[in-house]
Design a protein around this ligand. Structure first.
Ligand SMILES: [Zn+2]
Length: 406
């Protein structure tokens, strides 16, 4: 029987197949195909991603419920062992004001080692790095014990109902999931949770000239906002977890009123509430509701009710000793990249797998503060580093080498 190859032998075999030229060509091609969401038509993007994987011999599963927002799962490696799912999205947010861009939004212009364009970072850099890493793993032909399931989805920017949600229903039980979003190639052990809420204030309508005969719902909403700001927001900065920015809340939408001369009988507030490990969605919603109920008493005749649009989600944070985290941190260490774990303060498609109990981390090239803004860009070197790091993590988790007990 042949002796098993060593880990570094396998890693080197895969890394030698990752080329910067291929990364740049693939990324530019992807950015040059618009996939703005809404409407979110990603047919051509998904076809672009599918082609090289299919040609390489990956088994392709085309998954959709809306034909304009397809998704693929491309599998490679033996079944029956562990499964590593890797994911990123091809849809992008609108460009906003064209005049705010110095670069062509879908030109993928290269300048000073950067590639510019909508989606250059979010999330086509992660897509590119993951595809190139997957291809390198396959081309190397190194022995594997487990299976890679590379998934590329639509609809992330609009909630993922037609995207990752569907894919997670079909592939619910990988042993590990790596979601590509902009972490500057740091290992994010998890993501914050969410507990958004809508407060609906009910009042009593009256002629605008006779306000004492009504109950002004907008004034009631104002009382709630002020009370939350004074009594609740200050508490949140003390709710911390090492991986994340503090717990947070923000009143992000307000509506109410029908006419300048009518006392409004209804107003609504939408509060974006992001939570850290240890906080429970129902608990934090009730905390805010208690304050709202108190505050509304300042406007006699008004009442407030709480409406919940989505069930909410707790934060998740894998232990740094989790094999998935260890593999990704080990990849960064081998490549001389950042080895300090962090957390992701925004939401990702990873929540669909995390909700099924799958250990899920977030890792990808690009700076999250450049996402969704004009002249979005990503560094070519960052994408090369990410492709290499994904590839090393794939080898560590799935490779058949001396000492791999996965
Ligand atoms: Zn994204």
């Amino acid at each position: 029987m042949d002796a098993k190859r060593t880990l570094s032998d396998l890693e080197d075999a895969v890394l030698s197949l990752i080329s910067e030229d291929e990364i740049v060509a693939f990324h530019r091609g992807l950015v040059q195909i618009p996939s703005v969401n809404p409407p979110g038509d990603c047919v051509d993007n998904i076809a672009f991603v599918q082609k090289p994987l299919e040609e390489a011999g990956f088994s392709i599963d085309y998954i959709f419920d809306d034909p304009t927002q397809p998704n693929i799962a491309a599998s490679y490696g033996p079944t029956g062992g562990k499964k590593l799912l890797v994911n990123a999205h091809v849809d992008v947010v609108p460009i906003g004001e064209r005049s705010a861009w110095k670069h062509e939004p879908f030109g993928a212009e290269v300048e000073d080692g950067k590639i510019y364009g909508r989606g250059a970072g979010d999330d086509k850099a992660s897509v590119t790095a993951q595809v190139i890493a997957s291809l390198a793993l396959q081309r190397s032909g190194i022995p594997l014990k487990g299976q890679l399931i590379y998934t590329c989805v639509s609809d992330e920017e609009n909630g993922g109902v037609h995207g990752a949600s569907l894919v997670a229903e079909k592939y619910p039980d990988p042993d590990w999931a790596i979601v590509g979003e902009q972490t500057l190639n740091r290992v994010a052990v998890g993501e914050k949770g969410g507990a958004g809420v809508q407060f609906v204030v009910h009042g009593k309508t009256a002629h605008g000239a006779l306000p004492w005969e009504g109950a002004n719902a907008i004034e009631g909403a104002a009382e709630i906002i002020v009370a939350l700001r004074r009594e609740y927001w200050p508490k949140l900065k003390d709710r911390v977890h090492w991986a994340f920015k503090p717990s947070s809340a923000s009143v992000n939408m307000i509506s109410g009123g029908v006419k300048a001369n009518v006392v409004p009988d209804r107003a609504t507030l939408l509060i974006d509430r992001r939570i850290v490990p240890g906080e429970k969605p129902d608990d934090v919603r009730n905390e805010m509701f208690e304050i709202a109920k108190q505050a509304i008493q300042n406007v006699p005749g008004c009442t407030v009710e709480m409406e919940i649009g989505f069930p909410g989600k707790e934060a998740n944070a894998n232990a740094v000793t989790d094999p998935l985290v260890v593999a990704m941190l080990g990849a960064n260490e081998k490549l001389g990249l950042n080895t300090e774990p962090t957390g992701f303060s925004m939401g990702t498609d990873g929540r669909f797998w995390n909700a099924k109990g799958v250990p899920t981390i977030i890792y990808g090239p690009g700076d999250p503060s450049l996402a969704h803004i004009p002249d979005e860009w990503v560094g070519i070197d960052e994408m090369v580093d990410a492709a290499r790091a994904y590839a090393v993590a794939m080898v560590r988790l799935l490779g058949d080498y001396e000492g791999n007990n996965n």
